[in-house]
Design a protein around this ligand. Sequence first.
Ligand code: TYD
Length: 227
Amino acid sequence: MVKQQGPKLVKGGMFIVFEGIDGTGKSTQLHLLAESLHRLGYAVVSTREPTDGPYGRKIRELFVDRGAVSHDEELELFIADRQQHVQEVILPALADGCIVLCDRYYLSTVAYQGANGLDPDFIMGRNKDFPAPDLAIILEMDPAQGIHRIRNQRNEHPNSFEEESNLRKVAAIFAAMQHAYILRINGSDTIDNVHGKVLEAVKKGLAAKTIGAKENLKVNLVNLLTS
Ligand code: TYD
């Protein structure tokens, strides 16, 4: 977790998550957004899941030895990691008026553990007590291109979540999701163009939050963004 202080606070905070298959540039976009928002004067908390806490570390060990736990146990580890993350980092930062940017959140669990064979609706149900994001940006890309990027640009070998056949299943579940807070952006566009779209969406969302707070309305950000 990284906190950048700023004079501008948002009432109740704003919770933005980046989602999508591996290799789509989520982390790059999160970093660029954090820098832009910080320059605009906002207090920004950047964080990620799996976290660097005890459950997150356990999950990362599983990347190497996935057979070590069952699919159900794997799901429960992601939930336990999220529980701690929400209580200790996300909710306090939102209460302080920060914009919280999170690299992956529960839609990743629905998509990845769903690709393992668990029922996506069941997974969503296991996440129902966690705060919904104000905005979930799904960066979309063909899985083959995502894997190519992981291998060539990061010089890494894909982990066991990242095999192409698995990522195709993950991408299909992301593609089928329908939540009012989802905004889809083509991740194969240039870094600058993607950032431009992300920033435009977030600025509109911030304006809408201010109006919403004043008039005590629950504003659907994505409707505003696409209007
Ligand atoms: P990733 O953001 O790619 O981590 P890193 O910074 O190490 O590249 O996430 C690690 C993997 O965890 C990714 O392949 C997707 C998987 N994952 C799940 O399977 N379920 C989840 O709920 C989350 C948050 C991640």
